[in-house]
Write a protein that binds this ligand. Structure first.
Ligand SMILES: [Zn+2]
Length: 204
């Protein structure tokens, strides 16, 4: 009799423990699986951020063409100012395209003097990274995720009415002290900035 009772207790406590364990397991928060690393997007080729086609000729006699109104380095400019030949505000609202495949890392109004700004990160085939910045946008059409070369990301604007419409384009390498922000647009120290047209032409 004694041994039977002892066995019953064992079975009972065993069941109880099982039940307790079962309840506990349903309340345990499962660890969040680590998201898979985002696939690499290699920027194989670059293109100009404005114009109907990739082959920007900058022909002065064509109204539909674009020209660089303020070059990189001119008056300590850290980028290039792209305007349409038709002049004035005729380029307001024109399409602004990503210069290469990449990922949007910044898309917001950067304040007075900037207006809406988009920054895209591009990984090059050699592992180096560069970032392209698009300033004074009237509208941001894409504010996160992957972009393809020549995908429209915004519209040419006037920095909330501060200038005649134009696109301010910068290209930066990883040593850029303003890597994560809009920055100042002008500086006598251009270390970390690249000449946008030179770079685009070398990587077309
Ligand atoms: Zn500018």
């Amino acid at each position: 009799m004694k041994s039977t009772s002892f066995a019953s207790i064992l079975i009972f406590t065993g069941c109880l423990q099982f039940a307790c364990g079962d309840v506990a397991s349903t309340q345990t928060v499962k660890p969040t699986p680590t998201p898979p690393a985002a696939p690499k997007i290699i920027a194989q080729k670059f293109a100009y951020p404005v114009g109907k086609t990739e082959t920007l000729t900058q022909a002065k006699d064509k109204k539909d063409e674009w020209y660089n109104a303020l070059d990189f380095g001119e008056n300590n400019h850290l980028g290039e100012d792209w305007n349409k030949n038709s002049g004035g505000n005729t380029d307001c609202g024109e399409a602004v395209f990503a210069v290469a495949d990449g990922r949007i890392v910044y898309a917001e109004n950067a304040g007075i003097g900037w207006g809406n700004v988009v920054i895209i990160e591009h990984e090059l085939a050699d592992g180096k990274r560069v970032r392209s910045l698009y300033g004074h946008l009237r509208k941001i059409l894409k504010n996160s995720g992957e972009v393809k070369r020549r995908e429209q990301i915004g519209e040419v604007g006037n920095a909330d009415g501060r200038y005649l419409c134009h696109l301010h384009l910068e290209l930066r390498e990883e040593t850029c002290p303003m890597w994560n922000e809009a920055g100042g647009g002008y500086s006598s120290d251009r270390k970390g900035w690249l000449d946008p047209s030179d770079f685009i032409d070398k990587h077309r």
